[in-house]
Structures are given as structure tokens and as C-alpha cells.
Ligand binder design. Structure first.
Ligand SMILES: NC(=O)c1ccc[n+]([C@@H]2O[C@H](COP(=O)([O-])OP(=O)(O)OC[C@H]3O[C@@H](n4cnc5c(N)ncnc54)[C@H](O)[C@@H]3O)[C@@H](O)[C@H]2O)c1
Length: 343
């Protein structure tokens, strides 16, 4: 077991790797903790929660709503959970987003510990304190930034993770390589999902590397004002596609990254072609790189993106692989580009 300590807004956050399977039962007080998980994670891993109060939400993005938050809070009140108690979120990004939001608003903030159980959760969703729920088609429109005290990595969770979720998680790993780390990009080019799945040490090292990559963005810019925005690479179009067509998050981000890479080439004088290399890598990790979509509907949704400022949308683009920048693009230019993608 090893722990890396990060300080964000004077709060200490421990990322603890290689925790043993009994970490929850042997480290947390059953009387003073509540586990929030989903039904799927519960069905595979309930032996880790024996003796604890457990709130089990239905799995899936469509349950990341205010109704779920209300139900969780009602249960906490029924159990008379106090401000000194701890919420332990165990699950993928949906569960960690719900657990984080509830922990922040319940009695104006109670202790939070997260155990991400998907690749996407481990390299992205559980890190950085952002949480949120969807409002109709609008993703993560309501939420807060609230840091957990501990993010614990129990790689044994990955044994039950379906293939489609492995693929999803690699979209965010490839995103990290695109915006920040050309060496990581080259390493990924020489490997495959199967190789990582079959080699626990390799996947653990890859996750650890990606955690440090993301946490370094968060330390510099907790509230998304500068560098942290780079983490939105591929997400502007991605979120719109994800919501309109119910795509898995990683698939949507993958298509969004290809579009952003091509847009980077279009509006920048590029010395090298980045998009073809990105397309090859995404395909190697079994991710989609394009899809048919109704550009008018997509554009309408993109107009409500959180990164919009007046007539402009702050788009994350690449100078080259491993180097991102943001550029405000006029909404009209974005509409034209979407139209062109499908002409
Ligand atoms: N807060 C953030 O900074 C942030 C960043 C990225 C993504 N997100 C959010 O994360 C969500 C996506 O996360 P996700 O891909 O982990 O989705 P998810 O939580 O929906 O999990 C995907 C599926 O895998 C199942 N699952 C989870 N762990 C499992 C395990 N170990 N074994 C078997 N099945 C398991 C879940 O029950 C679910 O059916 C989205 O809502 C997205 O908005 C948040």
C-alpha cells in the first residue's frame, strides 16, 4: 500500500493505492459510516461491506438525478447520520458524483471517502472534487466542488468490470496523453487493452500515473479557471452526443476528441498531422471515432455548455500531441464546423 498526499485549498487529500480487499471493514467505523454504492457493484462486492449501513442506488447514468439525491438524503436522515460521520462512495463515476454531491450538501458538508471501481472512475471521475447530477438532457448542470479526504484504489474491483467499461476508461487515459503527455501516448501506442487487462501490475502503474497527471491539474486550478479546462478536451461535443444519443461517456469523448483534433488542425498551422495518430490510437483501444448525428440538435445542446461565454465557446484544442490550449470560438464557427463534419 502507498499513499500520495495532495493539498488542495488547504485540505489534505490522500490517494492510497493497492489497498487490501478488507480495507473498508478494517479501517472504517461501522457505526459512523454509510456506504453509497450501486446495485451492480453491490452484487459483485457486497462481502466488502459486511456490517455497514449501505445505500444502494440503481446503476446507470439515468439515475444521476435530483430524485436519487433526495432519496439518499432521506435515508441518511432516517438513520440520523451526523456531521461527524463519513460517507464512503464505492462505485463508478455515477456513484462517486452522487456521493460527493450528497456529502457536500448534507448538513452543509460531512466527511467523504471514495473508492472508484471503474477505470474511468479511477483515472478521472473520483479525482478533483467535482460532482454533479444531470437535469434532463443537460449533463452535470447542478453540482459542487467538494474534495474527499481519501481516494482509495482497490484494484480487485476491476476483476468484475465488463469489457465495455474498460474501453470507456481508456478514452480518458488517451485524453490525458493527448493534452499533457506525449510519452504516455507512445507507450499506449505499443500496447492494448488486452495487455493491460491481463497484467495487474501494468494497469495499476498506468492508473497511478494517470492519477498523478489529473491531480496535478487539480492542484494548480481547483475551480477550472485555467489549466484544468484542458481536461475538457473532447468533452464539448462529447457531452452533447452522450446525452442526445445515450452513448457511453468514453465513446462520446472519443468522438469528441477526434473532432477537436481535426478542428485544431483546421484553425492552426500544424507542422504535424495529429488527428490521424489520435484516430489510430483510439481504434487500437476499440473506441469509436465518428458517428452520424443531427448537427442542429447537437449544436443546440452545445449552446448550453458550461464553457460558453456570450457568443463564444471555450474550446480545448491541441498544438501537438501532449500540448493543449484553449481558444474561444464563435458559436457560428462551431455550427459551421459541425455542419461540415456531416456534409
Ligand atoms: N466528477 C468528475 O470529475 C467526473 C469526471 C468524469 C466523469 N464523470 C462522470 O462519471 C460518470 C461515468 O462514470 P463511469 O463510466 O464509471 O460510469 P458508471 O458509474 O455508470 O459505471 C459504469 C457501469 O459499470 C458498473 N460498474 C462499476 N464498477 C463496477 C465493477 N467494479 N464491476 C462491475 N461493474 C461495475 C456500474 O454499475 C455501471 O453499470 C458520468 O456520469 C460522468 O459524468 C465525472
Amino acid at each position: 500500500m502507498k499513499t500520495f498526499e495532495y493539498i488542495i485549498s488547504e485540505k489534505k487529500i490522500n490517494c492510497t493505492f493497492d489497498v487490501p480487499s478488507d480495507f473498508i471493514t478494517s479501517n472504517f467505523n461501522k457505526e459512523k459510516s454509510v456506504i453509497i454504492t450501486d446495485d451492480k457493484v453491490f452484487s459483485f462486492h457486497q462481502h466488502k461491506f459486511v456490517g455497514f449501513k449501505v445505500i444502494t442506488i440503481s446503476n446507470g447514468e439515468r439515475f444521476k438525478t435530483q430524485t436519487t439525491i433526495d432519496n439518499v438524503i432521506k435515508q441518511l436522515l432516517e438513520w440520523k447520520i451526523s456531521k461527524e460521520d463519513t460517507i464512503i462512495g464505492v462505485g463508478g463515476g455515477v456513484v462517486t458524483d452522487i456521493a460527493g454531491f450528497v456529502a457536500n450538501i448534507y448538513k452543509r458538508g460531512i466527511n467523504l471517502v471514495l473508492f472508484p471501481t471503474t477505470i474511468l472512475g479511477m483515472v478521472d471521475a473520483a479525482l478533483g472534487g467535482k460532482n454533479g447530477i444531470n437535469v434532463g438532457l443537460y449533463k452535470n448542470m447542478v453540482g459542487t466542488v467538494y474534495q474527499p479526504a481519501i481516494i482509495a484504489f482497490d484494484f480487485a474491483f476491476l476483476a468484475s468490470l465488463p469489457d465495455v467499461e474498460w474501453v470507456n476508461g481508456f478514452a480518458e487515459i488517451i485524453k490525458h496523453a493527448c493534452i499533457q503527455d506525449e510519452i504516455l501516448f507512445s507507450v499506449l501506442e505499443k500496447s492494448s487493452i488486452l495487455e493491460y487487462k491481463n497484467n495487474p501490475k501494468l494497469i495499476a502503474a498506468l492508473i497511478e500515473n494517470n492519477v498523478s497527471l489529473k491531480m496535478n491539474f487539480v492542484i494548480k486550478d481547483e475551480f477550472d479557471r485555467k489549466e484544468r479546462k484542458f481536461l475538457n478536451f473532447g468533452h464539448t461535443l462529447g457531452h452533447a452526443l452522450e446525452n442526445l444519443y445515450q452513448l457511453p461517456h468514453g465513446h462520446a469523448v472519443s468522438i469528441g476528441m477526434v473532432a477537436a483534433a481535426r478542428l485544431s488542425e483546421k484553425i492552426n498551422i500544424q507542422t504535424e498531422s495529429i488527428s490521424e495518430r489520435i484516430v489510430r490510437l483510439l481504434k487500437l483501444y476499440e473506441l469509436p471515432v465518428d458517428m452520424e448525428f443531427n448537427y442542429k440538435e447537437v449544436f443546440e445542446l452545445m449552446q448550453l455548455d458550461k464553457k460558453r461565454e456570450g457568443d463564444y465557446l471555450n474550446f480545448v484544442l491541441l498544438n501537438k500531441i501532449g500540448e493543449a490550449f484553449t481558444q474561444p470560438l464563435e458559436m457560428g464557427i462551431i455550427e459551421e464546423y459541425l455542419k461540415e463534419m456531416h456534409s
